[in-house]
Ligand binder design. Structure first.
Ligand code: GLU
Length: 447
């Protein structure tokens, strides 16, 4: 049987690092096993689901290279959920309940105040036909709960190991709302069963759902998949990420923070595993290194500073072809491999290349506070064409003529040629600046 996994976001907001990590882990798992990856939009919450969020999810996954082999949308499948619900009603596993939210809150509060778990008391199961008829004549419409079997539920989780729940310790879940809409707990199982999902890899916030859903799989006659529940990412202080979603959305990491897709993927593939975090330039490398057994149960911390450092290390390795589009989008259409190789060691974000483009291709006000020395150096500038050896030849001649060396030799030249104290190696920059500009800058002119 071939491996099939799914990533099932609700299009009710932007994808953030926590969600997309689960997408990535599912995708890597599928690729490693030669299986397939389904993107499923859990969009049955019609008030909160928005087309722009669905588009955003597809854009973010595409940007990361997480292509999907299959696509499904829950809102296309209401007919199927109705069919399954009808069968569960017929077999008595789905029963009508008439409590209002207020009544349920009171019941819960009373149980909690007695120190008991807030498990639904199944009062609705004790209603007679006459009771139901009366409630309905009062205008109440039922919601429907799934009748759990009070037996142990067990599975071997790929991350958590053996997991055990007692059915009697769980509340019968509501699967159909009062307005007839099916809820996630049901729809997810129907989809996973119909689409032959073999492995459900999701966050540990779903562990209790899994116990319930295993019984639903059994009730609808679906094969129970293998489960893996990953600990959720927290921030550096151990707080959940949910409060800071805005700044940690994939869209803002891409558009505002200038994060490269492979930097994000390299971090998220390894966070919370026993592997060291290293920049990788292709998803194939991450597939080769992936093994779900490396995912630890400890809570992984997401640190934006670590991501930015990894972004810098990624840029230092990326070849020109991989950033040409981004450079063009910055307006640097004429940037070439020589420019990119000269400046990439100094970048944390591609957008910073603009500053170095200005140094090599636009007028710069030089810092020329040692004019006599700079004039001597200018007189020794070799004729063009210039290449990567020109800087060495030229500064060798300047050294021989002036007797200067080290910082005394190089710093005044750097400050005159670039207007700054630091930057990419001048061996690489000098041919890009060119002889005409170099001569003027050494003479203290803005050029
Ligand atoms: N739509 C659910 C969520 O985003 C999917 C959970 C699951 O993977 O089953 O939490």
């Amino acid at each position: 049987m071939s491996v099939a996994v799914r990533f099932a976001p609700s299009p009710t907001g932007l994808l953030h690092v926590g969600n997309v990590r689960l997408a990535l882990v599912n995708w890597l798992f599928a690729r490693k096993a030669g299986g397939n990856f389904l993107l499923r939009l859990d969009d049955t919450d019609e008030e909160r689901s928005k087309p722009e969020y669905a588009e955003g999810i597809e854009r973010d996954l595409t940007w990361l290279g997480l292509t999907w082999d299959r696509f499904a949308r829950e809102s296309d499948r209401y007919g199927r959920y109705d069919e399954v619900a009808a069968a569960l009603k017929a077999s008595g596993r789905l029963y009508p309940c008439y409590e209002t939210p207020e009544e349920l809150n009171l019941k819960r509060a009373s149980l909690v105040s007695q120190g008991r778990p807030p498990i639904y008391d199944r009062a609705a199961l004790r209603l007679s036909d006459a009771d139901r008829a009366r409630l309905e004549s009062e205008g109440r419409t039922p919601h429907w709960r799934f009748k759990l079997e009070h037996t142990p539920v067990e599975w071997t989780d790929l991350v958590r190991g053996p997991v055990h729940f007692e059915g009697s310790a769980l509340s019968d879940p509501v699967l159909i709302r009062e307005d007839g809409r099916p809820l996630y707990t049901l729809t997810s199982v129907v989809d996973d069963a119909d689409l032959a999902i073999t492995h459900v890899i999701r966050g540990e916030d779903h562990v209790a759902n899994t116990a319930v859903q295993i019984q639903i799989f059994q009730a609808v006659g679906g094969a129970v998949p293998v489960f893996a529940h990953l600990p959720l990412l927290t921030d550096a202080t151990g707080q959940g990420l949910s409060k800071r979603l805005g700044s940690l959305s994939v869209a803002s990491l891409r558009e505002e923070e200038g994060i490269e897709p492979m930097a994000l993927a390299s971090l998220l593939a390894k966070l919370g595993t026993s592997d060291a975090i290293e920049p990788r330039l292709t998803l194939d490398e991450l597939v080769a290194e992936f093994d779900i057994a490396k995912v630890s149960r400890a809570t992984p911390k997401f640190d934006p500073e670590e991501l930015l450092r990894l972004n810098a290390r990624t840029l230092h390795l990326l070849p020109f072809e991989r950033v040409a589009g981004e450079l063009a989008a910055l307006g640097l259409d004429d940037a070439d491999a020589a420019f990119w190789e000269a400046v990439r060691p100094n970048l944390s974000r591609v957008a910073e290349a603009r500053d170095w483009w200005a140094v090599t291709h636009a007028p710069v006000a030089p810092v020329a506070d040692d004019p006599a020395f700079l004039a001597e150096a200018a007189a020794l500038l070799p004729e063009e064409p210039w290449d990567l050896s020109t800087w060495g030849t030229w500064t060798g001649a300047v050294k021989a003529r002036t007797g200067r060396k080290g910082k005394d030799l190089f710093l005044p030249l750097r400050r005159a040629l670039t207007g700054r104290d630091h930057g990419p190696e001048l061996k690489n920059l000098l041919p890009l600046i060119g002889r005409t500009r170099a001569q003027k800058r050494l003479a203290g002119e803005t050029a």
